[in-house]
Design a binder for this molecule. Structure first.
Ligand code: HEM
Length: 174
């Protein structure tokens, strides 16, 4: 079965790699401007003036847009997770290659769990637009605050580990 897959995918290795690397670029960079120049400033303003209705309106608008904008990242991520193993098989890679083993461990322990939670709070039960349309004001506020906590907790490790994963893949240091 693996041999068959290797034969089928082998000739497409570079095209698969193209999709993998392009998706990595989208995964890493697609939310950077929105996060840095919209989400963070509006949340800082709200922390300073938690009762200001204008800032709350702006905060909610930004969060709803962010839930939509992050769709780019969340389409790119499954493409990475699909094309990585495809190249693994097509290229005859193995976990005896240390940089690749470390990369896969980091992807499984850091990137996948964080992304799973991110899907949940952005598109499923934590989707702000859906909560607003359902008239669940308390749930809406909880969802916005939980999303902010998620950003605070996950941004530092994801910044470090995503760069480390790319560094390992490109430099193949060991
Ligand atoms: C967040 C997840 C991932 C990121 C950021 C990432 C990043 C990258 C990058 C930037 C490259 C290009 C390296 C180069 O051109 O020299 C690459 C290649 C590769 N990745 Fe990933 N990857 C991820 C997930 C995975 C997974 C889950 C696997 C396998 C299970 C995988 C297997 C591979 C393989 C086999 C290559 C080809 C190396 C080569 O041909 O030189 N990747 N990855």
């Amino acid at each position: 079965m693996l041999d068959l897959l290797r034969q089928v995918l082998g000739p497409w290795y570079l095209q698969i790699k193209f999709v993998h690397v392009l998706s990595v670029a989208v995964w890493i960079a697609s939310t950077v401007v929105a996060y840095t120049y919209y989400v963070v400033p509006v949340f800082k303003a709200w922390r300073r003036n938690p009762q200001d209705p204008e800032i709350i309106t702006l905060r909610n608008w930004v969060m709803e847009r962010f839930d939509q904008g992050i769709i780019f990242e969340h389409v790119a991520f499954p493409l990475i997770i699909l094309t990585g193993p495809m190249m693994y098989i097509a290229g005859g890679w193995s976990t005896a290659t240390n940089w690749l083993l470390l990369k896969i461990i980091l992807v499984c322990l850091v990137a996948i769990p964080i992304e799973m939670f991110d899907y949940h709070i952005s598109h499923f039960r934590g989707n702000k637009q859906r909560l607003r349309r359902a008239g669940d004001a308390a749930g809406y506020d909880r969802a916005v605050q939980r999303h902010w906590m998620f950003f605070l907790i996950t941004s530092p490790p994801i910044m470090v580990f995503s760069v480390l994963i790319v560094f390992l893949a490109i430099t193949k240091p060991f």
